[in-house]
Design a protein. Structure first.
Length: 94
């Protein structure tokens, strides 16, 4: 199977990971903005994160013991729960 922007995936994914509950996520950038995409089994759901800079670092994607899903970039960190795609910015350097 191949996926692309027409399927909801960002234009330059560099990292794909699965959470403990099996949720599949892709991360990096879309149109030069940090982005994630969550796969629901048939389609990707893209979310841009302009507060995180132009991309998400591929080595800064992980799931914490409490199930929270973390993303890191040069401009800060974002956190979401495994089953939702509503990220909140937790830290942005000055």
């Amino acid at each position: 199977m191949r996926f692309g922007p027409e399927d909801g995936l960002m234009d330059t994914p560099v990292a794909v990971t699965s959470t403990r509950k099996g949720t599949l996520w892709a991360a990096d950038s879309h149109d030069s903005t940090a982005a994630t995409a969550r796969f629901d089994g048939s389609r990707w759901h893209l979310r841009r994160h302009p507060h995180l800079s132009w991309s998400i670092h591929p080595k800064a994607i992980f799931q914490a013991a409490d199930g929270a899903f973390w993303l890191g970039a040069e401009a800060g960190w974002s956190r979401a729960h495994d089953h939702r795609a509503d990220f909140s910015s937790l830290w942005t350097p000055m």
